[in-house]
Design a protein around this ligand. Structure first.
Ligand code: NAP
Ligand code: SF4
Length: 674
């Protein structure tokens, strides 16, 4: 008997059956653009071997003008069909099913050729779109239908027509972007004509025995978004037009409400999909922040959907479903929804990977093979770098001892997990513990290692991490000044008014920690209220009429930095805005361009710029130092002095811009080569 009877139940679509209720949702990984089709094939085949019920590819453009950016991958020619066939063949050989997503970006296309229902520029692209005429609309429909026919020819099991997230089809649906007065605009009947026509023509192009998923925006989270009545009407028409499945889209890309970041509660939007259950006869999929089999099972048991979509969790672990099937769900590497190696990469023009699993999208390059010669390996430091090294080396058959002076594994991850909105880090540390317990690694906690202790090992890896940088502010030795470590570890308390020195990732985290008593990430109603989300049945687009209503800040916080640039500018590409907005909601004052003059009982004395103008005091009961990091290299240096040649990785190697992504990647790659 499985723990996940709903999740692992097959789904009969009439002409074909999916082996379980898990969809790997569409992700733009950048792999297709490499044109290395064997690499693309291995990415999907690995997930097919991992038993996922159905996969959806990254968005494929139906034509040049619809590509998300110039050069975006699509199915434009017979040569493209042959390339995609390499992928579908490999997936089918591995026992999987795969649908191709057809993504027309409309006014979100990052290029001068972009087209839209009306010539209204989007707030997230510099390119004003061209308003389509009747022939232009017909061309787009024909191109989408042709792309679907080519997908069938290329061996796909289906297509997903992207109708949500504010892309082309979505742009026709709402008056926010559709100001037309012809048969494609005005009344809702006219505004939904395009998506319906697209589905009809796609169905005609592919025949009856082919999966057609329509991704439908169920809560737009933008002004003048769809009403719930319109969502239901569209779903019914989409079904009539020939769709096999309806998938959920949450929020337009331009929405200022987080929908997938780590601070979004798990399954935060499944209640929206549930409202559609019973309105249509075809299966409905729900999505967003579902990242464990337990959550997926509960979502289905609660009747929120017929199937769940997870995307990033399949970067973190290709074997997600296989592990759930075999009673090994504790072994599933958890997606912590950080976006650091996936979406942040995509938006920087880099290939996606995963912070937790650097092999994601690098399956053909970063291969973990049994070691030719078994060695004894000492790894000092059980933070992310050391853990990744130890587990990968042990996986390869090496005899590994992992040392840490702390009483638990996880290093800096244990601090991150204390931050409201970063609760997913608890699961990551738990996963490392489970994997260590199931390995042959000798774990030596509470152990201070000296250079002499390491002389008998074949390989020594130093992953001793970082130490807080000393900002050397006169008066910082007083009782009102604490380090972020002491604060997050519970060894120090903060007063009512707090000044934070340093506005990097940790300064922002500390500010969040100080202004929040109870994490809204753990309380869905509170979170929805904090961000101003309401039932789309009550308000178009699901935006609460009074806007965001956050809880009162727990403290009065001022966040400072010496640079004069906008605070938080260097935070994650896709998540920085959320951190900035969250602190703004809590009235955190952000001050840049300061000099720290001194600290005394009044608070933090600062001045502005090189001329040290405007001397003033930021009144504070507590000053928290978050002034960055320096490498902890004492053991590495002692070994080098003794003539040894240790491998130095993670923060001990380079402290600047250290994050768990780099640490885990470096540790995994080192261990793969030991
Ligand atoms: P950081 O991002 O390098 O920020 C250090 C902060 O300290 C900066 O605001 C810097 O600004 C200030 N600073 C540097 N030298 C100083 C000095 N001598 N005196 C006073 N202030 C000084 O480092 P961090 O905040 O410790 O974070 C460490 C790493 O963890 C970073 O790479 C970060 O990206 C990562 N992290 C990321 C997140 C995330 O949200 N993704 C969260 C936590 C941590 P000025 O020089 O302008 O004063
Ligand atoms: Fe999930 Fe972060 Fe990995 Fe992206 S990088 S898949 S968000 S854990």
């Amino acid at each position: 008997m499985t723990d996940y009877p709903n999740l692992l139940a097959p789904l009969d679509l009439g002409f074909t059956t999916l082996k379980n209720r898990v969809l790997m949702g569409s992700m733009h990984t950048g792999l297709e653009e490499t044109k290395d089709w064997y690499r693309v094939a291995e990415f999907y085949a690995a997930r097919a071997r991992g038993e996922v019920g159905l996969m959806v590819t990254g968005g494929m453009a139906p034509n040049r003008e619809g590509g998300v950016f110039p050069g975006a991958a699509g199915l434009f020619s017979d040569a493209d069909i042959a390339n995609h066939k390499i992928v579908t063949d490999r997936v089918h050989d591995a026992g999987g099913k795969i649908a191709m997503q057809i993504l027309h970006a409309g006014r979100y296309a990052y290029g001068p050729e972009c087209v839209a229902p009306s010539a209204i520029k989007s707030p997230i692209s510099p390119f004003p779109p061209k308003e389509l005429d009747e022939d232009g609309i017909e061309k787009q429909i024909a191109d989408i239908a042709t792309a679907a026919a080519r997908a069938r020819e290329a061996g796909y099991d289906g297509v997903e027509v992207m109708g949500s997230e504010g892309y082309f089809l979505n742009q026709f649906l709402v008056t926010h972007t559709n100001k037309r007065e012809d048969r494609w605009g005005g009344s809702y009947e006219n505004r939904m004509r395009l998506p319906i026509e697209v589905i009809k023509r796609v169905r005609k192009a592919v025949g009856p025995d082919f999966i057609v998923i329509y991704r439908l925006s169920m809560i737009d989270l933008i002004p003048n978004g769809s009403s719930w009545e319109e969502v239901v009407a569209l779903a019914k028409e989409v079904e009539q037009a020939g769709a096999t499945i309806i998938n959920t889209g949450i929020g337009w890309h331009e929405a200022r409400i987080p929908t997938i970041a780590t601070s979004v509660p798990r399954r935060a939007f499944t209640w929206v999909t549930k409202k559609l259950m019973g309105e249509v006869g075809i299966p409905v999929i729900t999505s967003n922040r579902i990242n464990t089999p337990e959550v997926g099972e509960q979502v289905l048991a609660d009747g929120c959907a017929d199937m769940v979509s997870m995307a990033r969790p399949f970067l973190a672990d290709a074997d997600f479903v296989a592990k759930a099937m075999t009673g090994k769900s504790g072994h599933i590497a958890p997606c912590i929804a950080c976006n650091q190696a996936c979406l942040d990469h995509t938006f920087s023009g880099k290939i996606s990977s995963c912070l937790v699993n650097p092999r994601a999208c690098y399956e053909t390059e970063l291969v973990i093979e049994p070691a030719a010669t078994v060695k004894t390996v000492a790894v000092v430091g059980a933070g992310p770098a050391g853990l990744a090294t130890a587990l990968t080396a042990a996986d390869r058959g090496h005899k590994v001892t992992l040392f840490d002076r702390a009483s638990e594994v996880g290093g800096q991850l244990n601090m991150a997990k204390q931050v409201p909105g970063k609760e997913e880090f608890w699961g990551l540390v738990d996963w490392y513990r489970t994997m260590l317990a199931d390995s042959d690694i000798t774990l030596a906690l509470n152990t201070e290692v000296t250079a002499g202790d390491l002389s008998d090992f074949d390989e020594v890896v130093i992953a001793t991490g970082v130490l807080p940088r000393d900002p050397q502010i006169p008066g910082q030795d007083g009782p009102n000044t604490v380090s972020y470590r002491d604060l997050l570890q519970g060894n120090a308390k903060a007063g009512e008014r707090v000044a934070i020195v340093g506005a990097g990732g940790i300064g922002f985290d500390v500010a969040e920690f100080l202004v929040t008593d109870d994490s809204p990430t753990e309380n869905l109603d509170e979170w929805l209220q904090e961000w101003g989300v309401t039932d789309p049945e009550a308000q178009r687009g699901g935006l609460a009429p009074n806007g965001p209503q956050p809880e009162q800040p727990a403290r009065q916080v001022t966040l400072l930095q010496r640079k004069s640039e906008k605070l938080g500018k260097r935070l994650g590409k896709t998540t920085g805005w959320i951190h900035r907005a969250a602190l703004k909601l809590k009235d955190v004052e952000m001050v840049g361009g300061v000099n720290y003059e001194r600290i005394d009982a009044e608070g933090l004395h600062v001045s502005d710029g090189e001329a040290r103008e405007n001397p003033r005091v930021i009144p504070a009961d507590t000053i928290v130092l978050c002034a960055g990091q320096i490498s902890e290299r004492s053991l590495a240096d002692a070994l080098i002095e003794a003539g040894k040649d240790p491998h130095v990785i993670g923060g001990a190697d380079v402290a600047a811009e250290l994050d768990a992504k780099r640490a885990i990647d470096q540790g995994t790659r080192l261990a793969a080569a030991l």
